[in-house]
Design a binder for this molecule. Structure first.
Ligand SMILES: Cc1cc2nc3c(=O)[nH]c(=O)nc-3n(C[C@H](O)[C@H](O)[C@H](O)COP(=O)(O)OP(=O)(O)OC[C@H]3O[C@@H](n4cnc5c(N)ncnc54)[C@H](O)[C@@H]3O)c2cc1C
Length: 337
């Protein structure tokens, strides 16, 4: 039986693993962080869940719709809202009719989708792949703690800029493949999770706001409305614009990098935003794809079977990652047939 290693336990990697396992391959997943989900990320804070990566799921294709529907039936996904307000320099506006469509989230945080998909998979976490080589017609991956992983084929779902330092040397015989990966650009993001005292006069008019043309803020959401069954304090998630994140990318003090977001929300929305009871900052160096490749996945048999997948291939969101994971599995099965 062929051994396939998938690098990355985000949505693309997990969906791909599920398909390959159903097809009878020996699949294992290697993940650098301590848990699964990748950028579909949730932090356990103050006894509740706060999504600090992907905020919600939207559905365009029938196939992804069926996937989400099954998760809804299993109680893992629920509709959160149909409406995201818009904050412009002229004020706060409700969505127009064509901007009203379902946004799905998870009652126990977005990572619960990943946990569900990973339940019957072999996932080795806390294992970062640092280099890739070839030996005896097999891939040989080296981990940060100098471990070796041998495989017949690899699916990498690392964001393109994280893939390059690991694979660039070994892919010298595949220059077109490398050129495509190098063309992908990601933007960074600074995300704040902030809790406010019970009794804060929170607006019930909106659950989420997309900020248009603001130099600092791009998104504000009332995250605790995703868990109405939890009696908790109001918790908000704020995201920066990519321009602001780029300027503060090398700031060592994360609180210093994040404070302007709270101040801006305080000026634009309600003064209490600048005085949370507690808050945390997360910096995403590779947050959102600026321009996806426009192909479902990227594959090569030279020097050995390798498929790249992820939101940077098919489309820059969770649905794109899902489609790419499926396409990667199909491409690999064809190569190994
Ligand atoms: C702040 C933010 C907000 C977002 N909001 C939304 C939203 O509202 N809706 C939406 O649809 N999408 C949103 N997205 C995008 C969405 O999160 C991604 O499109 C999707 O999660 C990408 O999945 P993926 O599997 O392609 O990649 P990832 O989730 O990035 O998975 C890749 C995995 O590879 C692992 N990895 C990387 N390098 C190595 C290595 N060397 N060794 C081992 N493992 C490695 C990573 O740890 C990660 O787990 C958001 C993203 C961010 C950051």
């Amino acid at each position: 039986m062929k051994d396939v290693v998938i690098i990355g336990a985000g949505l693309a990697g997990l969906v791909c693993a599920q398909q390959l396992k159903h097809s009878g391959l020996n699949v294992s997943i290697v993940e650098k962080s301590g848990g699964v989900g990748g950028r579909m990320a949730t932090r356990r804070l103050q006894g509740t869940w706060v999504d600090h990566g992907a905020q919600y799921i939207t559905v365009r294709s029938d196939g992804f719709g069926r996937f989400i529907h099954k998760l809804q039936e299993a109680g893992i996904v629920q509709q959160w809202t149909r409406s995201v307000h818009r904050l412009t320099p002229d004020g706060l506006f409700p969505p127009s009719a064509d901007e009203m469509y379902p946004r799905y989230t998870c009652p126990t945080g977005m990572t619960s989708i990943a946990k569900h998909l990973a339940a019957d998979q072999k996932v080795t976490s806390n294992t970062r792949i640092v280099s890739a080589n070839l030996q005896d017609r097999k891939w040989r991956l080296t981990t940060e703690d100098r471990g070796q992983i041998v495989a017949d084929a690899i699916v990498s779902t690392m964001p393109a800029p994280q893939f390059l330092p690991v694979f660039e040397a070994v892919l010298a015989p595949a220059p077109a493949f490398l050129k495509a990966v190098k063309s992908v650009k990601f933007s960074p993001n600074i995300t704040i999770m902030a809790g406010y005292p019970k009794g804060t006069p929170v607006s019930t008019e909106w659950k989420a706001i997309r900020c248009v043309d603001d130099p600092i803020l791009s998104w504000v959401s009332h995250d605790s409305t995703k868990h109405p069954q939890e009696i908790t304090q109001p918790i908000f998630v704020l995201q920066s614009t990519r321009e602001f994140a780029r300027k503060t990318l090398e700031e060592i003090n994360l609180e210093k990098a994040g404070q302007p977001l709270l101040n801006q929300a305080s000026q634009l929305l309600a003064t209490w935003f600048s005085k949370p009871e507690w808050w945390q900052v997360h910096r995403w160096r590779y947050a959102l794809v600026e321009e996806a490749l426009g192909v479902a996945c990227l594959s090569t048999e030279v020097p050995l079977p390798l498929v790249c997948a992820g939101d940077w291939c098919a489309g820059s969101n969770l649905e794109g990652a899902y489609q790419s994971g499926l396409a990667a599995a199909a491409a690999l099965l064809e190569m190994l047939a």
